[in-house]
Design a protein. Structure first.
Ligand code: OOG
Ligand code: NI
Length: 457
């Protein structure tokens, strides 16, 4: 078959993300309310502040916002993770970043499956935060073995889904009909099942160990546990959630409100108590796992910026523990972090997208040769815009896990992360997010410089 007959992975990703969103809307109606609320706020913010970008991709930035969301799943075994990597690859997504959540008392480690090139991100930046349970962190050997045995019996993929993944790999893609079938089959893995695969007693034992363990081990598959649209003003969204009768988490994770948003701010509505059925029992139980979340994304930070961010966050947490109100501690700590894009860029703290300024292009002026990017910016030959952060934050993720799973279980695990084990189980290394931002920034520089010199001729 000729490659032109294949559907583009971006289109498969868009179809899948839409199908997942529709399914979740039907399963968790509050998520639909959240989507409406976010769309209203985004329209209002763009009306108030103007478009997200003034560059050539302004229109795509706006349409990206309408489809943008992330989801999260929690897997039980190495084999499940390895197949998930191949499933997401069909949609042009790969594993980026390693997140150790054991330090925050959640016995998992995680990555984000997402697309990595700029054009694909603009078309649809759908991402899935994917965690793998670390059974080795469970101390009770009998329970650990029992959990492994239960997980060993399930197959979270349909047979046809496995076939279509293999077909995509051997052909180098899927045609339209195959892609449609793939989306429908892949969706099955993410569906909620109210029938637990264990009896009530096993469920309670695993849950007592950690609610997350019960959530991963006791069900047929890794139900999508939330989907998160991107909102342009999360403080407004947090207030609106309350006014629409949603029980929002009481604080926003991430940095405080700023003039120049950086990284990621997130909040959620609390997980639903859902009825479940156990094996061999007429009595129903309840399980709490699925929720809704919203996030505001800002500028990606360089390693130096991230280090500064992490230090300030720690400082705020320490002040919080010493009795200062959380919000106040955060605002106070972050006064030390520059709050305009130019300062962030000049100090090497943030990644940017370079643009050739329209007025200079129209005037046909030529930029002097041999100037470094910083000088070109300083002299007005280049404009800068924030390069949006596409990833996650471990401290925020842990906060989201905790607020939705309840507080049973350990507060932290010894031993730290194990990236090598994660990559072995995944069957591939995880990409380094900083290199990706670095490359995106460099590419925007090349494009802007090319436009500058073309404009001058
Ligand atoms: C994942 C929580 C992490 C985020 O947005 O940080 C996450 C989970 O609860 O499985 O989705
Ligand atoms: Ni999330």
């Amino acid at each position: 078959m000729s490659p032109t007959a294949f559907l583009h992975p971006d289109d498969i990703r868009t179809a899948f993300s839409r199908a997942l969103s529709d399914m979740y809307k039907a399963e968790v109606p509050q998520y639909g309310t959240l989507l409406e609320l976010v769309a209203d706020i985004n329209i209002a913010v763009i009306r108030r502040d103007g478009p997200l970008s003034t560059g050539p991709q302004a229109e795509e930035e706006q349409q990206r916002l309408g489809v943008e969301r992330h989801g999260a799943i929690r897997l039980g075994t190495a084999a499940e993770l390895a197949t998930m990597r191949r499933l997401f690859a069909v949609m042009g997504m790969e594993a980026v970043g390693y997140y150790d959540l054991s330090v925050a008392g959640v016995p998992v480690h995680s990555t984000a499956f997402r697309c990595t090139d700029e054009a694909a991100l603009l078309r649809n930046p759908f991402r899935v935060f994917t965690s793998l349970l670390r059974l080795e962190l469970i101390e009770d050997a009998a329970l650990r073995e029992r959990a492994a045995a239960i997980l060993g019996q399930r197959d979270i993929y349909t047979a046809r889904c496995r076939e279509l993944i293999a077909l995509a790999e051997s052909q180098g893609g899927l045609d339209a009909a195959q892609a449609r079938e793939f989306v429908a089959q892949a969706l099955e893995t993410f569906r909620w099942h109210r029938e637990a695969t264990v009896d009530a007693q096993s469920y309670q034992q695993l849950r007592a160990m950690h609610p997350l363990i019960a959530d991963v081990v006791c069900f047929k598959g890794p139900h999508i546990n939330h989907l998160t649209p991107r909102v342009l003003d999360i403080d407004a969204a947090q207030a609106a959630m309350a006014s629409r009768g949603m029980r929002a988490k009481d604080s926003i994770e991430g940095p405080p409100q700023r003039a120049c948003p950086v990284l990621l701010r997130q909040t959620s509505f609390l997980a639903l108590q859902e009825p479940i059925r156990f094996v061999g029992s007429a009595d129903d139980g309840t399980h709490t796992a699925r929720f809704g979340e919203i996030e505001q994304r800002g500028c990606a930070l360089t390693p130096a910026g991230r280090e500064r961010y992490d230090a300030l966050l720690q400082q705020a947490q320490a002040a919080g523990k010493a009795g200062q109100p959380r919000g106040e501690a955060l605002v106070q700590a972050f006064t030390a972090f520059p709050d305009d894009l130019r300062a962030l860029f000049d100090q090497g703290l943030a990644y940017v997208r370079f643009q050739a300024p329209a007025q200079r292009l129209h005037a046909g002026e030529a930029a002097p040769a041999g100037l470094a990017p910083a000088e070109l910016v300083a002299q007005g030959w280049l404009d800068i815009e924030p390069l949006i952060y596409e990833d996650f934050l471990p401290v925020s993720a842990a906060g989201i896990f905790r607020s939705n799973l309840g507080s049973e279980g350990q507060s932290s695990y010894e031993g730290g992360g194990n990236r090598a084990a994660f990559e072995r189980d995944l069957g591939a290394p995880v990409a380094d997010e900083f290199s990706l931002y670095e490359a995106a920034q460099a590419q925007s520089l090349r494009l802007a410089l090319a436009r500058l010199s073309a404009g001058a001729t």
